[in-house]
Design a protein around this ligand. Structure first.
Ligand code: G1P
Ligand code: ZN
Length: 544
């Protein structure tokens, strides 16, 4: 096998964000662009030589081409074996599962998650480490530094390889094994959940489900598990075929983008459970008959109930949530007498806690939930967990959540996103907020008196690392919170996120519309951050 050494020059914008490197396709397809990034990974991680690597992606436009480039570069860098999902497909949680199961040194996941796909849309690449989780900030910083000084890369001078027929083949001295993308993941789900119990409930019509795969990667996984294993009708999986452009949609499971599913759940005779996942299969949205479960509540309900489920009978070691996620799960942890950790936004911060055995369950307000079974959030895992829970408790989704609120109180919660504003305006809003922090403590608006105002800084209890500037928090003495931060996953301009939360212990007050229950905090957020005024946007672009 001949190896070409190609001269190149650095691109200055290859700093991985919240979840890997995400760019417009037109940026990624520039000559040498992807190769530079992949070379930087190999340069930063010499341990990849002689090791096994996992490779796959969400099937978006350029997925197959990128996989070919990575295979050729892996061969050039002396990787012993690449394990690839058939057709270069793997959901993010399945990739994490494979890395762990086959003791790979890491993996490349090709995805821009919930961002749209297609020639004019987004692409992404992420490196996961040997624990199956997103590379730590230390590693991503090292990759970025390498990308700034790169002058050449190495790639095998070979034809494209067959990534569509199952089986093992040689790529020079390297082995390429094309595997079924679903099988190992499905086996793991079998260990964690009582699938027979769910199948029985479906068969007896005590339970019904509709799942929206949003033309993205979970189609084949949902098809195999929900229809094949559990016996739900094939029609229970909507938009099941992964498409390169996700059918022109935005594969983000929320009420705005999964509106067809949401509509169905508010019609007479809606199924017991409605659920959706995102582009790469790590997010989940959970709905019941005429009921939407906020992700923060879903996390709290799972924390309170997970011990009912097969793989979790030993109980929870601890829980973690990202800082902007509501405090609902903290209340459960307190009652269970287990630790609750608060981490910055992004799944990578859960990795150390999971590896150290400090937590079993973790989640984010952004439709992400997962456990120690892999090191990524896991969309179908959450759907199966809810199905299993409904089958065990034999209650509707709404009843399970309302009962939870009765015991623990309700955290009214909403996130307001202002997408696509010029970066300078996003930065000016954050500086305005940071400038006020020292004067805010003690100030009062209505019932809301500021107890803490800071820019969240995370001290990792496992490795001692510090991650500063993770978002502005304004916490009131009554437990309400307003959090502001800039998104780290966008590819153009800035997205400002405002997270709003109010605790209501009184069950008689649990039936309100969250936007109304949060109205005073919404106005206060505008007064403090001037988001609408400065961005000239009258309303948020997405409310979840
Ligand atoms: C967003 C979410 C965050 C999630 C990430 C990847 O990041 O807010 O919770 O981990 O996507 O799915 P952001 O754009 O806010 O940086
Ligand atoms: Zn995702």
């Amino acid at each position: 096998m001949h190896i070409d050494t190609i001269s190149t020059a650095p691109f200055t914008d290859q700093k991985p964000g919240t979840s890997g490197l995400r760019k417009k396709v037109r940026v990624i397809v520039q000559p040498h662009y992807l190769e530079n990034f992949v070379e930087s990974v190999f340069d930063a991680l010499p341990s990849l030589t002689g090791s096994t690597l996992v490779l796959g992606g969400d099937g978006r436009y350029f997925n197959r081409q990128a996989a070919q480039i990575i295979i050729k570069m892996a061969a050039a860098h002396g990787v012993a074996k690449v394990l690839i999902g058939q057709g270069a497909l793997l959901s993010t949680p399945a990739a994490s599962c494979l890395i762990r199961k086959y003791k790979a040194e890491g993996g490349f996941i090709l995805s821009a998650s919930h961002n749209p796909g297609g020639p004019d849309e987004d692409f992404g690449i992420k490196f996961n480490a040997s624990n199956g989780g997103p590379a730590s900030e230390q590693i991503t910083n090292e990759i970025y530094q390498r990308s700034l000084s790169i002058s050449e890369y190495q790639i095998a001078a070979i034809e494209d390889v067959d990534i569509d027929s199952l089986g093992t083949r040689a790529v020079g001295p390297m082995t390429l094994e094309v595997i079924d993308p679903v099988t190992d993941y499905a086996e793991l789900m079998e260990e964690l959940f009582d699938l027979d119990l769910i199948a029985q409930a479906l068969k007896e019509d005590r339970l019904s489900i509709v799942f929206d795969a949003m033309h993205a990667i979970t189609g084949p996984y949902a098809h195999r598990l929900l229809s094949g294993r559990l016996g739900a009708p094939v029609s229970a999986v909507m938009n099941a075929i992964p498409l390169e452009d996700f059918g022109g949609g935005h594969p983000d499971p929320n009420l705005v983008h999964a509106h067809a599913l949401a509509e169905r759940m508010y019609q007479p005779g809606a199924p017991t459970l409605g659920a959706a996942s995102d582009g790469d299969g790590d997010r989940n949205m959970i709905m019941g008959d005429h009921f939407f479960v906020t992700p923060s509540d879903s996390l709290a309900v799972l924390a309170a109930n997970l011990h009912h489920l097969k793989g979790y009978r030993a109980g929870l070691k601890g829980v973690a949530r990202s800082m902007p996620t509501s405090q609902a799960v903290d209340r459960v942890a307190k009652r269970l007498g287990i630790d609750a950790y608060e981490t910055p936004t992004g799944w990578k911060f859960f990795g150390n806690l999971l590896d150290a055995g400090k937590i079993t369950l973790c989640g984010e307000e952004s439709f992400g939930t997962g456990s120690d079974h892999v090191r990524e959030k896991d969309g179908l895992w959450a759907v199966l967990a809810w199905l299993n829970l409904i089958a065990v408790r034999q209650q509707s989704v709404a009843d399970i959540v309302r009962e939870h609120w009765k015991i623990f109180g309700r955290d009214y919660y909403s996130r307001h996103d202002y997408e696509g504003m010029p970066s300078a305006i996003g930065d000016s809003i954050m500086s305005l907020l940071r400038g006020q922090l020292s004067d805010l403590v003690g100030q009062q608006w209505g019932d809301n008196k500021v107890a803490i105002a800071d820019d969240f800084s995370y001290h990792d209890p496992v490795d001692g690392s510090i991650s500063p500037h993770q978002g502005v928090r304004i916490i009131f003495t009554n437990g309400s919170r307003i959090v502001f931060r800039l998104s780290g996953t966008g590819t153009e301009g800035a997205t400002l996120r405002i997270y709003l939360e109010r605790f209501e212990p009184d069950a008689k007050e649990h039936g309100h519309d969250p936007q109304k229950a949060l109205a005073d905090l919404i106005e206060l957020a505008e007064q403090l951050g001037e988001v609408r005024a400065r961005s000239n946007m009258k309303v948020p672009t997405v409310i979840t």
